[in-house]
Design a protein around this ligand. Structure first.
Ligand code: C2E
Ligand code: MG
Ligand code: MG
Ligand code: MG
Length: 289
């Protein structure tokens, strides 16, 4: 009986797996084409100083303008790009664009801000990563301290000694690294001692339960206390409500990011906020509660 079920299961699943594999191959081909045909673009989401509402950083977020499907979000293609190794080319493209944008904003005399760029584990581990980064810093005359790389805990966990060396060099270069989605990985906390790590981004799954969930409140407070003791900068992501903002401000979080303040927007729209802060949507949240 068990044997027959097994066989049936195989027969039932095989075509499904085949179709999924085919879809993945199509996606990989489309991603390669997207790079060639310039179908990617960057949008920018601010993180704001929780006390005053000033823009602290712009996070570059990738968008794919698919010729048939319209705008595709990274959740739908980054995992596949990571599996196929294409993520390296994509992340390199993003880094170049983001550095170029930062230079343009500096040249335009706009208020100083940091540029945050997401980097996948596989990109960070690649031997050419640092060379590409240095090239960008030089070509676009980007002050290293203005660039912030966001990596997940998984990136550090998976990759041993090579990443350790990369992080060390980043520190020497003066490029900061923030741990993205902090608290959702499986790693130990020991990497927080690495000098390259300058900040943590509290994952939005913990922010979501604030202020009512006692466990989310406890976790967020513990993260903020730990970060403060270690001298790390804190940003909370996914802030959608005033009450979350108020909790985080009171708990000592430095910056916040989320739909309460602003969604990711085109570079032009972002630049307008930099030029005329009074017209930015997050001015409404300036007053501390
Ligand atoms: P992330 O780095 O944690 O980025 C935050 C994500 O949360 C963004 O989604 C952003 O639009 C979304 N978000 C911001 N505020 C709110 C909010 O208040 N509520 C909710 N529900 N969501 C909010 P997005 O742009 O779809 O990016 C998803 C993930 O894709 C990013 O997570 C990042 O891990 C990855 N990603 C995006 N761009 C790149 C890239 O250039 N390279 C790499 N390697 N990964 C990227
Ligand atoms: Mg991020
Ligand atoms: Mg994040
Ligand atoms: Mg997150």
């Amino acid at each position: 009986q068990a044997k027959r079920e097994e066989r049936n299961a195989v027969r039932f699943h095989a075509p499904v797996a085949g179709a999924a594999a085919r879809r993945q191959r199509v996606l990989a081909t489309e991603l390669r084409r997207a790079l060639r045909r310039d179908e990617f673009q960057l949008v920018y989401q601010p993180s704001v100083d929780l006390r005053h509402g000033r823009i602290g950083a712009a996070e570059a977020l990738l968008r794919w303008r698919h010729p048939e499907r319209g705008e595709v979000l990274p959740g739908e293609f980054i995992p596949q790009a990571e599996r196929t190794g294409l993520i390296r080319e994509i992340d390199a493209w993003v880094l170049e664009r983001a550095c170029r944008q930062l230079r343009a904003w500096i040249d335009a005399g706009l208020p100083a801000l940091r540029m945050a760029v997401n980097v996948s584990a596989r990109s960070l581990a690649h031997p050419q990563f640092l060379a590409g980064l240095r090239e960008n810093l030089t070509a676009h005359r980007v002050p290293a301290g203005r660039l912030l790389l966001e990596i997940t805990e998984g990136a550090i966990l998976r990759l041993g000694e090579d990443v350790r060396r990369t992080l060390h060099t980043l520190h020497e270069l003066g490029v900061g690294v923030a741990i993205d989605d902090f608290g959702t990985g499986y790693s130990s906390l020991s990497y927080l001692k690495l000098p390259a790590i300058v900040g943590v981004k509290v994952d939005r799954s913990f922010v979501a339960g604030l202020p009512d969930s006692a466990s989310d409140a406890a976790i967020v407070e513990a993260i903020l206390a730990l970060a403060a003791r270690l001298g790390l900068y804190t940003i909370a992501e996914g802030i959608e409500h005033e009450a979350q903002h108020a909790f985080l401000l009171r708990a000592g979080c430095a910056e916040g990011q989320g739909y309460l303040y602003a969604r990711a927007v085109s570079p032009d729209a972002f630049e307008r906020w930099l030029r005329r802060p009074g017209e930015a949507p997050f001015r409404l949240h300036r007053v501390s509660p």
